[in-house]
Design a protein. Sequence first.
Length: 736
Amino acid sequence: MNTDTAALPPPVDLSIEGMTCASCVARVERALKAVPGVRSATVNLATEQAHVESSAGAAALLAAVHKAGYEAKLLLPDAPPPAAAASHDGWKVALAAAFSLPLVLPMLGELLGRHWMLSPFMQWLLATPVQFWLGARFYRAGWKALIAGSGNMDLLVALGTSAAYGLSLWLWWRDASGMPHLYFESAAVVITLVLLGKWLEARAKRQTTDAIRALHALRPETARVRRDGVDLDVPVAALAVGDLVVVRPGERFPADGVVEEGRSHADESLLTGESLPVAKQPGERITGGALNAEGLLLVRTQAVGAESTLARIVRLVESAQAGKAPIQRLVDQISAVFVPVVVGIALLTLLAWGFATGDWARGVLNAVAVLVIACPCALGLATPAAIMVGTGAAARRGILIKDAQALELAHALRVVAFDKTGTLTEGRPRLAAAEATPEAGLDRDGLVALAAALQSGSEHPLAAAVLAEAKAPVAPASALRALPGRGIAGTVDGHELQLGSTRLMDELGIARGALAERAQELQSEGRTVSWLAGRDANGAWQLLGLLAFGDTLKPGAAEAIATLKTLGIRTLLISGDNAGSANAVGRALGIDDVRAEVLPGDKAAVVAALRDEAASRGKVAMVGDGINDAPALAAADVGMAMAGAQGGTDAAMQAAGITLMRGDPALVAQAISISRRTTAKIRQNLFWAFFYNVIGIPLAALGLLSPVVAGAAMAMSSVSVLTNALLLKRWNPDKP
């Protein structure tokens, strides 16, 4: 174990107030990374949060954010996401609209042949509170950005509207006795539209955190604990491992545990995506956050607080939503120089119009339009908004995406490799045959008893099948030792025994004799064959018999493989079982390629070779149970760990980029589907974000857009990006 890594302090999460665009994100990240001791800092505009890996204290981080011109608060672990800061500013939008409407009506009146123009004094009176009171936030934030040596959306809005307001004052002063054409309405309407856009944006942002809020809501505030025969209500935070919790019908389980008494059903749909309630009886595992249906249950807690499955799920989803997809690097590079470039274009527009036409007033308006339409908000929201909604939609279906990189890579998958036992099969094999050699002098029950003695302490699924068949009490075994990838060895009643694969028998130099043909027949039927050998009186190894195991394919496994093929994905089966058993499963499911007799330690090498083969065509995924397949999961471009009946949930969360919370192979295609949909939304959002600026800035510079139209386009750019991302909520996993 690396003691240095173990000693690292936990990451710090901050809530950042005042960010408005991608430029703000870049500036906050730079400020945090400049703090001594900070290893990495990631800022998310959609969540308005920062995730910092640092040995520096929280006070130093908060001070750095403040110095950069923003305010920060420390987020407590497991706290629900805060509400969007601007969600209660609707009254400001309404008031700004009320002041601006009389300024716009004369423009409409001209179209109807009416003269509704207000006096310069009335125009000034209506525009001034919008400019300097309701629009004060733009001045404050813009000034902070300016003194920090940077720029942001607020600075662009403040510069643009101030120019229009100042031009109107100058024209009014120059022709105080007449009715000059003023542009107070441009400044006021632009501020009103931007405020409206930010208000709508905040409402949309709130919807992107719905998934996290729903997960936080699953944990009840209190739990009923039975102590010394008395039921007490205690805060969930006070629960300890080993407490006996009473859960009545209709209540949520406050922690992970095991049922000690009672029978009921649990609704785990919000945790695993499983729509049907799951039967629970004594000995069954319970996941905190699930809903108890009709029976009273007594549950002995096994994991509470931050160690519970629900808490880990929340952390996984939050981590994915806070992270940055690789494509975001391009946006970050652009946003770093965006605002200075826009200010330069606006200055060139002013000078070009002024010197070329002599109409400096027109030049100012066109420069204002450039400043106003060039909003980096949409650029900053395009990727994180889609990732937040996509990972949230996936989580509701039992698909947990650990990081944004896994989400982005999954859309390019062209090869998916599966483990067999527990992934495509039920993982609960039964003993299908047990046959002893004539020389062994054993009957079926005696052979099974010896094998059961060797495996009495094992939790392997094959061991469970043998123990279930043993009729007599199992004799104690000694000197037990595992033979990795081959079997197990030990001593029973003074006889040295080894139980394992054909490979083990070959290593011991044991001939299978008459049982070899029978073993081949069983393997062709898809059975897994193990051999039992013992030393004879002369100390030589002697074959005692064979045991054949059968497993059941998971319902829907064949359909899941067929769905992957419709997505253009090649499928493989990588198994440690014999070729006959693995090929039988492959044929039954329609899998394209089967690799059999692969040792657990060699699976990673097979996956790495697949990656090399598919490098030019796409990415490779590995799907396993997350316990024995961790190296292979890590070797794949995208590891998908399937949590199932073998208690693989904990290992699954640590082993792969994507965790499938149900043992359903159909989730593999669904994970690829949501990745493709989310990646498509990211690309659409980035296209529109760039389109607004690439098209809008030249039009504004050429005088083809008024500041009012530019303001409306800018305000709607962020709203359209968020609205497009929210369409991912309509994702139907049954239509990959």
